[in-house]
Design a protein around this ligand. Structure first.
Ligand SMILES: Cc1cc2nc3c(=O)[nH]c(=O)nc-3n(C[C@H](O)[C@H](O)[C@H](O)COP(=O)(O)OP(=O)(O)OC[C@H]3O[C@@H](n4cnc5c(N)ncnc54)[C@H](O)[C@@H]3O)c2cc1C
Length: 600
């Protein structure tokens, strides 16, 4: 089995890169300790190894099947769901008085990283259920919390997010699923949803769909969308299952990867209307759903990062073992072949993978820390700042790992050569699984529009200015470390350039938004490279400081040397691309924009 992540790196990220132990000073974590955090993660890892990793390939080769009555799944999937739920992970972040473990967000995200690394497709059901339950917890009424949430926390019910329709994917403002109010206060929903992950399965007694729909007579656009809870089975007051609701599985979709997560087409209301319950106020559904979408965007980034990580782990091990060829300077055909890791080009591919995977994971954990601070930091100003930063960078946290985790998987295949292309080796599955991540939860194009068209200019650019302040201050401090001053200066130069670009684009936005936003994906990538360079430099400083200890054990020293070299690789090899990007953006290069659809 490919080792799951790297425990030393997780420890480094949690306790050196992030100061997770300092959370123990907060009121909410008074009863916790580092030992409890570590024991929780150990349990998550054990569950991941025992119940998830065992059927990653089997689930891929035996995707769920619908016989017209029931969804057939390999039995290991249910065992994995049960193990994760029984260990309390579906409610790990809930307060003690909500029957939770009151654990910090970042600990839950690391726990999810292990199960995702073991089997991202089987982990999908938990990921969705946690997000759907959080929505009901925040916006649902007491009855909805009792009837649905209480069973989602224990794993008796699972949850989904039902947004996409056959004709509406990126443009949610145009959804047409209809909700008709009833005299008893419930609604009847009708319409079709597509690609709904976990929309049917054979793991749980019930499935709780969080559905976006339009109440009859609602205004057009996003301001007319409401959020509903619509279960597969109605639930009686005592928690027992009632009638089968009017939600039918119209079919399963067959995918390139992520195969053990069912992808469903759901028909609501074929027999007159599915019973549904309005969450919160009418017409505010999309703003509520953004809570789940934002959480899911971090989750997608995390899933993509760990898939990149797994490919890196496997190809690293392979490169150490596979003998092939000799160094260019060695002309002796009778000499022993070297392992392919001895070839600098293979090390380049491994370095790039390490930079993308570990950089993405650190970025996701940093985002989880911001999420945590936005909820549990003692001062309100600190909570607000964390929220602002997280809101700004969420498109990057989603898209950077999705793009570069996938690139890492492509490189893992390349490191294996022919073996990489063969299904007996796991790297091609990592690639196929990861190919979903730049598509769902808002495509890369949509993330670019969100960042440039909304996030950097929101609140008169307050989030953007704050991030700048944080990064500039950190760079200034790091510039004091002689060995890293050149890297800090490279990032500063790129950041100054991003500031120029951002200011110039923001000023032109009002006059010609279509042209300005036509290069939003380039802007997204440029911003992402700079943010991740900074994330790498922060890791490099810690490594440089640790290496000052001359008594460091050789393994430890190698760990830190690896961090330093990877930071240097990323900042000197991959950051400079931002110069070309800045030039395109500053001149508002409009070649794609002006390419006429008839000229293709
Ligand atoms: C395996 C899988 C699981 C999924 N799970 C769920 C789920 O659980 N729940 C759910 O509700 N949905 C789910 N989805 C749906 C997913 O979120 C959508 O597929 C995605 O948002 C894109 O929508 P679309 O497929 O309609 O593509 P489209 O919106 O048609 O986009 C096609 C292309 O056009 C681009 N594009 C579209 N609009 C614009 C624009 N305004 N500007 C620039 N470019 C644009 C896109 O970037 C993309 O490249 C899932 C999808 C898949 C494949």
């Amino acid at each position: 089995m490919t080792p799951l992540l790297n425990d030393r790196d997780i420890e480094f990220l949690l306790y050196e890169f992030l100061d997770t132990e300092s959370l123990l000073e907060r009121e909410r974590y008074q009863e916790h300790s580092r030992e409890i955090f570590d024991a929780t993660l150990k349990t998550a890892k054990q569950i991941a190894e025992k119940y998830f990793a065992n059927h990653n390939a089997k689930g891929d080769a035996n995707e769920p099947d619908f016989d017209g009555e029931k969804v057939e799944m390999i039995p290991e999937t249910k065992a994995a769901w049960d193990a994760f739920a029984e260990a309390g992970f579906l409610a790990a972040h809930y307060d003690f008085d909500e029957e939770g473990m009151q654990l910090p967000e970042v600990i839950l995200r690391v726990a999810m990283s292990y199960v995702n690394a073991a089997n991202v497709a089987s982990a999908g059901y938990s990921f969705l259920t946690i997000g759907a339950a959080n929505l009901i917890r925040t916006f649902g009424n007491a009855d909805q919390q009792q009837r649905f949430l209480s069973h989602m926390k224990t794993g008796r019910f699972a949850g989904t997010m039902a947004l996409t329709e056959p004709a509406q994917g990126s443009a949610l403002a145009d959804i047409t699923t209809k909700a008709v109010p009833q005299d008893d206060g419930t609604y009847r929903i009708s319409g079709q949803k597509i690609y709904i992950s976990g929309g049917d399965q054979s793991l749980t007694d019930n499935i709780v769909h969080m559905v976006l729909a339009r109440i009859e007579g609602a205004p057009a656009g996003t301001k007319g969308i409401s959020l509903f809870v619509c279960p597969k089975y109605l639930v009686n007051d005592d928690g027992s299952l009632g009638e089968r609701n009017d939600v039918a599985l119209a079919g399963l979709l067959h995918k390139m990867g992520y195969r053990n997560t069912t992808s469903t087409v759901l028909s609501f209301g074929e027999k007159g209307g599915a019973t549904a319950y309005l969450v919160g106020e009418p017409h505010k559904g999309l703003s509520y759903m953004f809570q789940m979408m934002n959480e899911a965007r971090i989750g997608v980034g995390l899933g993509a990062a760990v898939l990149g990580y797994q490919g890196f782990n496997y190809s690293l091990d392979y490169a150490r073992q596979r003998p092939q060829g000799r160094h260019p300077s060695n002309k002796n055909p009778e000499s022993k072949q070297v392992s392919i890791i001895e070839h600098a080009d293979v090390r380049r591919m491994l370095l790039a993978q390490k930079a993308y995977a570990e950089g993405s994971l650190a970025l996701c954990f940093y985002a989880s820390q911001l999420y945590e601070d936005s909820h549990s930091a003692p001062e309100e100003a600190e909570r607000e700042e964390a929220f602002l930063l997280l809101d700004l960078i969420t498109p990057i946290v989603k898209s950077f790992p999705s793009k570069y985790g996938l690139k890492a998987n492509e490189l893992a295949i390349q490191v294996l050569g022919g073996a990489g292309y063969i299904r007996e080796y796991p790297v091609e599955q990592y690639y196929r699984d990861n190919r979903l991540n730049p598509i769902h939860e808002g495509t890369e194009g949509i993330q670019g529009l969100d960042l440039l068209g909304r996030k950097v200019i929101m609140k008169q650019g307050a989030g953007y200015r704050l991030l700048n302040k944080v990064v500039q201050a950190s760079l200034q401090q790091i510039a004091g470390h002689e060995s890293l001053a050149d890297l800090a200066s490279d990032i500063k130069e790129a950041l100054d350039s991003l500031n120029e670009v951002t200011q110039s684009l923001a000023m032109k936005m009002a006059q010609d938004p279509d042209r300005i936003l036509s290069n939003a994906s380039v802007y997204l990538d440029m911003f992402g490279r700079i943010l991740v360079s900074w994330i790498w430099l922060r890791q490099a400083v810690l490594a440089a400081q640790a290496l000052e200890d001359e008594g460091l054990h050789e393994d430890e020293a190698n760990f830190y040397r690896g961090k330093l070299q990877t930071a240097r690789y990323y900042i000197t090899w991959e950051l400079p691309e931002t110069r070309a990007q800045a030039s395109l953006l500053k001149s508002v290069n409009s070649v794609p924009f002006e390419m006429n659809a008839d000229w293709f």
